[in-house]
Every structure is written in C-alpha cells, then in structure tokens.
Ligand binder design. Sequence first.
Ligand code: ADP
Ligand code: MG
Length: 700
Amino acid sequence: MVKYTLDTPITKLPRINEKYLKKLNKLGINNVRDLLFHFPHRYNDFSNIKNINQLKVGEIVTIQGKILKINNHYTFKRRMTLTEASIQDKTGNVRVIWFNQPFLIKNLKEGKLISLSGKYAMGPKGPYLSNPNYELLNLYKTTTHTAGLVPIYPETMGLHSRFLRYYIKLILPSIVLLKEFLPTDILKKHNLQNIQTALRNIHFPTNLKLADEAKKRFTFEELFLLQLFVLKQKIRLQRENAFKIIFDKNLIQKFVKNLPFRLTDAQRKSLWEIIQDMEKSKPMNRLLQGDVGSGKTVVAAAAALETAKEGFQVAFLAPTEILAQQHFKQIKNLLKDFDIEIGLLTGSSKKINKKTKIIIGTHALLQKSVKFDNLALVIIDEQHRFGVEQRATLLRESTQIKTQINTKIPHLLSMTATPIPRTLALTVYGDLDVSLINEMPKNRQKIITKIVPPNERKQAYEFIKREIKTGRQAFVICPRIESSIQPPESPLLEGQLKISTSKLLWAEVKAVKQEYEKLSKEIFPDLKIAMIHGKIKAKEKDKIMSDFRNKKTDILLSTSVIEVGIDIPNATVIIIEGADRFGLAQLHQFRGRVGRDKHQSYCLLFSTSGEATARLRAMQKYDNGFDLAEKDMEIRGPGQFYGLAQSGMPDLAMASLNNLELIKTVRHEALELFKKDFHLKSYPFLLEKLNKFKQSIHLE
Ligand code: ADP
Ligand code: MG
C-alpha cells in the first residue's frame, strides 16, 4: 500500500518537527524522493545471529530474547548513566549495557521481546553485550536496526542513521511509483538491477553482493546521464555553423619566423590542430592544455591572427584585469607587423573602436554588450579560474551574441594549465577536444624549490640581493594573515571581489602592507620595491606591473592577484610567505611566475608554522604540473581538485571518476543511443530525467 507520493514533502511524514526538518534539509532532503535517494555509504553486518549460550567474547552478534530486567544507574566513577538489562532466550541469559541513554527504559519494558546487535565484550564483572543496536520485535519479527545488513547513512548533527533508517523503511513502498528510465536493453546487457530492485537493495540488502549490484546500477545511471548531457552538447554544437577560417600558410610562416624563439614541436602540433578545426564550418570547441610557462599565449595569438586577418573578430578573455592588461601588451607586440587593431576592454578600461579586430578583456567583455558583428573566435585563458558557473555564462553569452546577429557560432579555444586526465576528458570535459603542450621551451632550466626554515630567512634575503645585483628581479607573495580565516582553495580574483567579504580583503591588504614596510625599510632599504593587491585601482595596478616589467622596480610584493598568467621572464626568485596556506595547484601557479626564460630560477617556501607540510614537500619534490596534480588528487580527491564538489555532480559518478573502463563503456552506450534516437523520442522517462539532471548540474 502506497501512502506517500514521491513528491510528498517530508513535513507530511509522522513526527517531523521543525528541528528535524532543518536537519533533513541540510542533507538536501525535502521530499520522499530525496529521502529514497539518500544512499547509505556502508552497512553494519549484523547477520551473525546466535543463541545466548553460543556467545563468544569479542564477536559482533545479534541475539533475540525477552527483557527480564532493565534499569538505569549512575556511576560516579565514570560519570555517566548506565542502562543495564538482562535478556533471556531459550538457551540462557545475557547482560546488556548501554551508556548514557537513560531514555531507553521508557520503551524497552520488562517482558517485551527484543532484538539486539552489537559487540559481546568482557567487563570487570564478566561478559556483556556492549551498547548494542536495539529494537522491539513485532509479531512478524521483521527488523530494521538489528539482524542482517544495517545501512549507515551520511548523517548530520542530531540526525542519525537510526532515524533515517526508520523513515526510509516507512516510505519504501513508494518506490513502486518510480519509473524505470534506463533503456531495457542496456539494463539487460550490463546486468543492471531495475530501479525499484536497486533501491530496495541499496537500503536494505539481504547480502552485500546485492548491495554492490545496486550501487553499480546507480553509478551506471549517474555516469550515463552525465555522458548524455555532455554528448548532447557536443553533438548540438557540431550541428551549428561557424565561420570558416581558411589556413593562410604565408601568414602563419611569417608569424612564426618573427618570433624571438623557435616554437616547440608541441606548440606547433597544437597550433596545427587549432588551424584545422577552424577551417571547418562547424564550431571548434578545443581545450589547449599545457603546464605553466609552456607557451600557450603564442599559440592563441597565432589563432587570433589568422581569424583577424580574415576580417573576423576575436574575443580574448582573461580571469583578471592584470592579466588582460598583460595580454593586451604582449599580443600587440607579437602582432605588431600585421596591421591589426587590437583593443582592451575591462571593468575599468575601454580601448576599442569600430575597426578593433582582437578584443582582449576580462569577462566584463561579454557583459558590456559589446557589439560584435562577426565574432568568429573566443579564447578563454586560464579557463579553470573562471569558476564553473562563470564559464557556463561565458559560453552561453558568447553563443547568444552571435545568434542574434547571424546564425554562426564562434570557435572556442580555452586554455588551462590544469592537467586533464583521460577519465575527465571523457566525462566532465567530454564535449571538448584537447590539445596538449607536453614539453617546455628548450631554453628552460628546472626551477629550484626549497622549503626555508625560519632560521635561514636571513640567508634567503641575502640571496635575493645577490640575484638582483646580477640584474634579475624577485616576487614576494603574501597570503592573508588572520589565522581564523582559511584561504579559499581558489583565491580571490578581481572579478569575484564583490562576493568576498571586505574583511577578508582588508586582512590581506594589511599583511602585504606590513610586509612592505618591513622589506622596504629594514631588509632591502637600497632596493626598489613595489606592492600590488586587489584593492589597488586598475590603472595603478597597470603602472606597477609595467614598472616591474620595465625593470624600474626590483621586487614585487603581491597577494594572489598575480597567481596566474603573469609573465616577467627576467624574474628569477619567488618567495612565498605562509606557503602552507595555499593549495598545491596555487603554489605551482605561483612558482610558474619564475623560470620563464633561460636563467636559473628559485622558489623559496616559508610556512607559517616553520614546519614543512606534505604539500610543501611535494612542491620541493615535483617540478611539473602533472606529478603535482596526481599528488594533489591523492591528498584532496578528484572532486575537490577539479572544483567539482560544488558542481552538482552526483556522488557515485564523482567517486567513479577514476574508473576509466566503466566510463568508456557508459560513453559507448550513450553514443549508441544518440545514434538511434538523438531526441530520445522513444525514451520519454529518460528525457525527463536528463532534463532534471541538466538543472542540477552546472558544468561548462
Ligand atoms: P603559459 O603557457 O603559462 O601561458 P606563456 O605563453 O606566458 O606561458 O609563455 C611563457 C614565456 O615563455 C613567455 O615569456 C613566452 O614569450 C615564452 N615562450 C613561449 N614559447 C616559447 C618557446 N618556444 N621558446 C622560448 N620561449 C617561449
Ligand atoms: Mg598563460
């Protein structure tokens, strides 16, 4: 008998008061459906059912019998209430003790039949069943909390598995209302339980194998939806039109010849992949991935040049204003012989006109309703820094601008230093093609990284002085100072300042200012030091960066505003204060500010406590982003590492992000299904489910 529909709010369930409601909401549970899909993360195995005369000390057991006696007493020695009971079955008696649960005697009355699961332990007064799970037995002797496999759920303060178990059992009959949305042949082919069976088995399995199979079904389901989601985007995009950018061999040859260095093979290959993509009339959606300093900018500049020379517009987006300024100058310089209008558009500056072909900017660029007539290429630098939501907006906006004016969509080139493992390339990034710059320019030396103990600080400063004497420059990075405030995994970007509390920012500014006083007055009175942070006006920032680039200053003291992209090839030392407060990816990005030319470079790490943490040691040991990413993922897990934790990616899919085989299988099935029926006309339940999934997930 079905009492509750799937949409019944949990407030309609018996005895859910305000207090429980809040806690349930906190777990994301609002209605019966949510509760049914709150899965256990493990099971207690209480299937070892014994007669009392068979009990062995140390075993986890279940016994069932009659309550002979039960009472509370307080022990002053242990400062707690003990509830002590004597239970009898047909073979003997056993002593049971619960700790600090005096309320138990209200329900567990003498004479009642009870089922108990827990550890049979040895105490000073002999063996006893210690703090067991309990439940009174009804006529049918069905159990929920004892005997058999008992589910343990993700809990929150004051809301325990016992509570969740009770309610899930109560609403379990409602699962007959759930419609199977996975295609029958897929269920059959991969031996998957149907949705109703799987739900029963994931909550109350009769054995672990069934529980595993249930989990497998839900994992498959989540990955399948994810695949359908990204593949649909990919296929859709392939059906759109884009401007064809015809490869101009002479132009590219001239560009490459003009460069002050030789392109690496990896740069050439990536550029070639991009050129070929853009020659097609369907939009490119390519991710250019290469470690910090591997030279992604020139590749993008070449693509921009081709596009502009064909008479089309290019939008080049950077996550910070400082970086946009830098790109503006660098690209102007790279393309100076090609007679192309290049403009800059950020929150604070607007240097564009009608003839501007390449518009460089922050995301303000797309929000400021710039009138693009024929935008044919969008380049997003450091795309991982845009935040998942922002990336989605960017894409949507860039495609919408186009559709209003003509029916073509721009090619998209995103760039990142974050390594994308194969599993992610096939899931979250499944709609992208990837180009990889897997080698560094030949002129580079390995950056020497050292964790500096506090007593060697002086030598470190002396070292900087010597480097500067030989003509080099240095960065000093300061984190926020207030110890009560943890730095977020991704630091503040200028565009995000609004959402951060100004308190945080001021703490950060204070730290840099103090450090500035110290360095300029006490440590390096003879050197020219500049300071930069998020509170400084954009114009001023630009001047500070230009002065540093033009070697008018020796040391640049900065917060994380220069974390990504900044390119000062003459800088050879970076000191990172409070390095233990930064994430590995951040530290690697900071380090990438040096070692961008032929000079030997150094990264000196100071930790707040003076201790070397696992992260800092990893920095010392590994110099390339791939190794560090692996280490980072080990420490934080892939969800955190890729910033997917907030993306609405379902748990089981997230947990299986390292299962390449499964991902390939699921992807294959999704592709086959789309080949048969792209609009899922024959699969209405699946379509409905996919639409819901789309709303819950925000990947780019
Ligand atoms: P990233 O991939 O981190 O964005 P950039 O594009 O900023 O790296 O390049 C880093 C530095 O290396 C820049 O100063 C750039 O001029 C230089 N560079 C790029 N390609 C090469 C190359 N093939 N040989 C030598 N230097 C290069
Ligand atoms: Mg870059």
